[in-house]
Design a protein around this ligand. Structure first.
Ligand code: IPD
Ligand code: CA
Ligand code: CA
Length: 268
């Protein structure tokens, strides 16, 4: 039986995805810098309003947490939709075809539905709690690799928190020394989904926000992966410091790269 909330989330993600693909590379939208290295365009706001209006049309009593704060819904609801209307805004602004719409639903704080849609590649990643993870309707699984030295690991750099760079760079050096190669794509939700389907063997990033990781983290777990913070605890939901992959690779990353005993302050 199709999950009705997942069906609505997919409809909303596709509608916003159409806006992204129609506007990509057109250069006709306004761009603002919300904070240093943190962009927002008119299209981000329009995507968020589009997603929220489809969700609220179906579930008018639910609450909405959107990155661009366009719509709030009923703040007292047990159901909260978490939306990143364009994840990968910098890619979108530069005309780099790698962005997504990310939508998660939490019920009493537990993520129950996750949808990440890449409108350029037309790849739809979905999961409902306990029901597995899918890409375009086909079941996906995390990589089965057990050793870090042949792993392709995705990461990112703390460009919005330059003061964290000195803490991060030693970790990055250990990452390069311990795995086969690294990637940085500029779209955290797709980094999570690429890990869920085994394109990346693992992924770690610090300082993510709930709209960046909520949908993708459920998709990774439903694909057989695990998610922890850099200390090996579930605290990533608070800090946004996240490590994902199959259990062997996450353990190897914690042991050889994160080194929880000696982890620098901002990475804890
Ligand atoms: C960003 C992207 C990027 C990640 C940043 C996010 P935005 O989201 O996901 O890959 O490194 O941490 O904030 O601003 O494009 O929605
Ligand atoms: Ca984002
Ligand atoms: Ca965004």
């Amino acid at each position: 039986m199709p999950n009705p909330m997942l069906t609505i989330a997919v409809r909303a993600a596709r509608a916003a995805g159409n806006l992204i693909s129609r506007n990509l590379g057109q250069g006709t939208f306004a761009v603002e810098e919300k904070a240093k290295n943190d962009l927002v365009t008119d299209i981000d706001k329009e995507c968020e309003r589009t997603v929220a209006s489809i969700l609220l049309k179906a579930y008018r009593d639910h609450s909405i947490l959107g990155e661009e704060n366009q719509v709030q819904g009923n703040k007292d609801s047990e159901y909260k939709w978490i939306i990143d209307p364009i994840d990968g805004t910098t890619n979108f602004v530069k005309g780099i075809p790698h962005s997504s719409v990310s939508i998660a639903l939490q019920h009493k704080g537990i993520t129950t539905v996750g949808v990440v849609y890449d409108p350029i590649a037309n790849e739809l990643f979905t999961a409902a709690r306990g029901e597995g993870a899918y890409m375009n309707g086909h079941r996906i699984r995390v990589s089965s690799l057990q050793s870090l030295d042949s792993a392709i690991v995705c990461t990112a750099f703390p460009v919005r928190y330059r003061e964290r760079m000195n803490d991060y760079l030693p970790l990055f050096a250990k990452l390069i020394n311990n795995c086969a190669d690294v990637r940085r794509t500029g779209c955290a939700s797709l980094d999570l989904c690429y890990t869920a389907c085994g394109r990346f063997d693992a992924y770690l990033e610090q300082g993510l926000k709930p709209w960046d990781f909520s949908a993708g983290e459920l998709i990774v777990r439903e694909a057989g992966g695990v998610a922890t913070d850099f200390m090996g605890t579930p605290n990533f939901t608070r800090t946004g410091n996240i490590v994902v992959g199959n259990p062997y690779l996450v353990q190897a990353l914690l042991n050889k790269v994160c080194d929880p005993q000696n982890l620098a302050g901002t990475l804890r």
